[in-house]
Design a protein around this ligand. Sequence first.
Ligand SMILES: CC(C)(COP(=O)(O)OP(=O)(O)OC[C@H]1O[C@@H](n2cnc3c(N)ncnc32)[C@H](O)[C@@H]1OP(=O)(O)O)[C@@H](O)C(=O)NCCC(=O)NCCS
Length: 227
Amino acid sequence: MSTSNFIPVKTARLVVDEFRTSDFHRLQEIAFNINHNADEHAKDGYCPFYTFQVDKDTPDRDNVIRGKVSEFLIRAEKERKQEPRSTYRMAVRLPDGKLIGNVTVDMLPIDENGKKIYGDLGYFIDPKYGEHGYATEAVRGLVHHFFKQYPKLDITAHPANKFSRKLIERIGGKQVGYKEASHYGHGEPRAIFEVHKADFYRSSPFHQKMPNLLTVLVNHKAQNNRR
Ligand SMILES: CC(C)(COP(=O)(O)OP(=O)(O)OC[C@H]1O[C@@H](n2cnc3c(N)ncnc32)[C@H](O)[C@@H]1OP(=O)(O)O)[C@@H](O)C(=O)NCCC(=O)NCCS
């Protein structure tokens, strides 16, 4: 794979960095886990990541899923060569290097029917590592870099995707609209959310532990600017 301009993001429990060719087998395992989890837990509000989603009755389903995993890694490699680079399709790993998920963010706006979409955030976590806060932690780590450039991030979720909706709300997102059909997956509907920079930082665990610190830092910066 080609060289990268991305400096790995380290959070308290994770490392967010580039995908590697050697991730294929582990990513395939995650894609199977996601599809099988959706087979069993769709009624609980679990939706598969559209990129790996293959209907249960598809002939030779496992091979179709494998094909999607290859496409995903090929896309990651192509995006890494973009000049300027827009899409950061990143691997989420434990500190020992084990791949457990993905976060993707676009650093350049996408034009959709004359409207600019910022960020177009996407993510998944291996269901075996779900509900430990890893997805939220990885998203926060990567999106922090996005907010150095933009004041607002756009994201959509399938209306039935309870876990994705919860994640979006956890990082300060609010629903602002609804689309009957979208370019995602099989043309499914989408709830449309926006995450504003101030809400993102207000919702961070750091801010919740030390709510006054942000105000102190902002005031300190303003005072320095006046000097
Ligand atoms: C969307 C998705 C990533 C959410 O995963 P998740 O496991 O719910 O999210 P997190 O990893 O952030 O875990 C959050 C949960 O862990 C809990 N948790 C447990 N231990 C925790 C810890 N030590 N620290 C933080 N949170 C912890 C949180 O309380 C939260 O549960 P709650 O919502 O009941 O309060 C996952 O459902 C998924 O991969 N789905 C398929 C792909 C998909 O739909 N992607 C979205 C399309 S864009």
